[in-house]
Write a protein that binds this ligand. Structure first.
Ligand code: IPM
Ligand code: MG
Length: 358
């Protein structure tokens, strides 16, 4: 089992180090190789996704990814910005299915900005299409406008686009995931305005006919954003396009109290996957040893489950995370009075200790 470890920028190196520590504490034959990605790779090699890093990722069974990005790269050419590394990995590895669970841990109910009764027991799964939509549609660029409101001035444009097979395959992922859960899928679109998302809705509806045991409903994205804070527990599986999924998954993750807790998996058709925390590189707290490593540790658990076929080891990690929360250990982002504040490193060490009891 070969794992490409790509820590990236900001807190990425700190949190990935803790996840690697946890993986090493399992008695599994894991071969891990580390490479630079994002701003760190740009500094060393002049490109956020060097050929060697991409090759390592392609040849691995799974990629454990930290985070990329820093404001200091905002002035760079778009093609050289750290974000291009993660977009390039998704595209090159065909990682079209992004699973972002939003689970509220019992001990963290108080950390949410919503009332406890709204989120206690929350368990939703956002499935975001990851290699299409306005993120990758062509053409895109800047030009001089020849029509519109201000002809003769500069304008910029991106193309929103989905093909039938792209929608079909992500819809299948959503319906199959729902079968393992509460058997409900909400497909989020903007069919009232966008042709791309009327097509999305039509194709998801067609695919849904193959899953009569799963209830399907459709929701406009603005309404979905509102329902997520009004009554999040009414959702089970939410499936949507790349851009709406980007936005809704950040919203959903914060419902649970801390974005520092949530893992994610990005899978291709052969179950090769990239696993990363749902949060970003947080340059403002990088190097201070206060970042929460649990999202990355839980991403490593997802990696064992989905790409490496090690369900038992995945469950051991998840149980160990629950144990450290029950022990009252908290990094700064989830700290509340009466709990014990620990560093990134101490949290990783505590998870390793807790592993030995399972
Ligand atoms: C995410 C991030 C990325 C995205 C950025 C870093 C390109 O926000 O994974 O959600 O927009 O997909
Ligand atoms: Mg995002």
């Amino acid at each position: 089992m070969k794992i490409a470890v790509l820590p990236g920028d900001g807190i990425g190196t700190e949190i990935v180090a803790e996840a690697v520590k946890v993986l090493n504490a399992l008695d599994l034959k894991l071969e891990m190789e580390t490479a630079l990605v994002g701003g760190a790779a740009y500094e060393a090699h002049g490109h956020p996704l060097p050929e060697a890093t991409l090759k390592l990722a392609k040849e691995a069974d799974a990629v454990l990814f930290g985070a990329v990005g820093d404001w200091k790269y905002d002035k760079l050419d778009r093609a050289l910005r750290p974000e291009q590394a993660i977009l390039g990995l998704r595209k090159n590895l065909g990682l079209f299915a992004n699973l972002r669970p939003a689970i509220c841990y019992e001990q963290l109910v108080g950390a949410s900005s919503l009332k406890p009764e709204l989120i206690a027991g929350l368990d939703i799964l956002i499935i975001r299409e990851l290699t299409g939509d306005i993120y990758f549609g062509q053409p895109r660029g800047r030009r001089i406008a020849s029509d519109g409101l201000f002809p003769g001035t500069e304008e910029a444009f991106d193309t929103m686009r989905y093909s039938r097979p792209e929608i079909e395959r992500i819809a299948h992922v959503a319906f199959q995931a729902a079968r393992q859960r509460a058997k409900r899928v909400t497909s989020v679109d903007k069919a009232n305005v966008l042709e791309t998302f009327q097509f999305w809705k039509d194709v998801v509806t067609e695919v849904g006919q193959q899953y009569p045991d799963v209830a399907l409903d459709h929701m406009y994205v603005d309404n979905a954003a509102m329902q997520l804070v009004r009554d999040p527990k009414k959702f089970d599986v939410v499936v949507t396009g790349n851009m709406f999924g980007d936005i809704l998954s950040d919203e959903a993750s914060m419902l649970t109290g801390s974005i520092g807790m949530l893992p994610s998996a990005s899978l291709n058709a052969s179950k090769q996957g990239l696993y990363e925390p749902s949060h970003g590189s947080a340059p403002d707290i990088a190097g201070k040893g206060i970042a929460n490593p649990l999202a990355t540790i839980l991403s490593a658990a997802m990696m064992l489950r989905f790409s490496l076929n090690q369900e038992a080891a995945a469950e051991r990690i998840e149980a160990a995370v629950k144990t450290v929360l029950a022990q009252g250990l908290r990094t700064a982002d989830i700290f509340s009075p009466g709990t014990t504040r620990v560093s990134t490193f101490e949290m990783g060490a505590a998870v390793v200790r807790a592993l030995s009891s399972y």
